[in-house]
Design a protein around this ligand. Structure first.
Ligand code: CDV
Length: 310
């Protein structure tokens, strides 16, 4: 028996600092309605969907920083998104800056959630690989202060039973690290939902700029193939606050093939009907972990690593 899930990668064009949550949510609702027309079960939004990509600025006023965070989900401003999704019978995945209170402490994470078709939040992920820096680096044309504004995620890489399959999430820079996908692969993940904000210019390594598109695609294709999973990569693209960023949202099959892709760098819904069983032949053959992986050998190499340090 086959299990199909029609997914929409809801690429967002730029969100400027002057754009209100209400304006952004209206754009998200437009994506949902188009998703419904196109037969989607699930619509995936990018990293930090609700605001401009604020880690590009050095800020010291905590109230100014916290204005980019969500202390509750849904909130008054995001409730219309939840309500419309429920009315349409659509699920969604949303990235946002989360202000949490845990054990009497305020914590801030770069988070994404899975919301099922009945409006219930059924999964949460907090970004683990935070790129950039923690201190102001004025020599850069723009900042990338994720290490300043967020804590490293404390939920691991969980895989959730949702939409009739095994669904995982990761966020932006996580997609470049093979262990992101492998940790989920070891939990039999069938679809990874991932949003990103990737400036074309990489200040510490400008020689990488020309490869930005290739590296994005390479990471997602490798992660998909090596773990027999779908990968849904969703960008915030276009020029945001003067900074051009990568669009190129795409849906990658467990074969590693790109099966659907954005054509522009604005708001655009990229849709594909995904067979959640399509990864089975990879998981049963080339990437049969139980038969072919050698965790003891990996451990031995890691334990000898002193001899190998550069
Ligand atoms: N938001 C990100 O995580 N961006 C990084 C950039 C800084 C390289 C990325 O991996 O796309």
């Amino acid at each position: 028996m086959t299990r199909f899930l029609t997914v929409g990668a809801a690429q967002m064009g730029p969100i400027q600092r002057s754009h209100s949550r209400r304006e952004v949510v209206e754009r998200l609702v437009a994506h949902l309605r188009e998703g419904k027309r196109m037969g989607c079960d699930l619509v995936v939004f990018p990293e930090l969907t609700l605001t401009t990509f604020f880690p590009r600025w050095y800020m010291t006023d905590q109230a100014e920083i916290d204005a980019f965070f969500e202390a509750e989900m849904p909130s008054n401003e995001t409730a219309p998104l939840f309500n419309e999704a429920k009315r349409l019978g659509l699920g969604f995945c949303l990235g946002y800056a989360e202000l949490a209170r845990e054990n009497g402490r305020v914590r801030r994470f770069n988070t994404s959630i899975i919301v099922e078709r009945d409006g219930q939040v059924v999964g949460k992920y907090r970004k683990v690989h935070l790129p950039g820096h923690a201190e102001h680096e004025p020599q850069r044309p723009f900042q990338h202060l994720e290490k300043r504004y967020f804590e490293v995620g404390n939920l691991g890489f969980p895989v959730f039973k949702a939409f009739g399959g095994n669904i995982g999430m990761c966020i932006c820079n996580d997609r470049r690290w093979p262990e992101t996908y492998r940790v989920m692969g070891l939990q039999n993940v069938e679809m990874v939902l991932l949003g990103y904000n990737t400036p074309i210019h990489n200040a510490p390594a400008p020689d990488h700029d020309e490869h930005t598109w290739f590296h994005n695609q390479l990471s997602m294709q490798a992660g998909a193939y090596q773990n027999g999973t779908w990968v849904v990569g969703v960008a915030k693209g276009g020029t945001e606050e003067g900074i051009p960023s990568l669009a190129d949202s795409m849906i990658v099959a467990p074969s590693g093939k790109v099966v659907a892709r954005a054509g522009g760098d604005g708001d655009e819904l990229v849709v594909h009907r995904c067979d959640l069983d399509a990864g089975q032949s990879y998981k049963r053959s080339t990437f049969n972990f139980a038969v072919h992986r050698q965790p003891d050998q990996y451990r031995m190499i890691v334990e000898r690593k002193g001899a190998m340090d550069p």
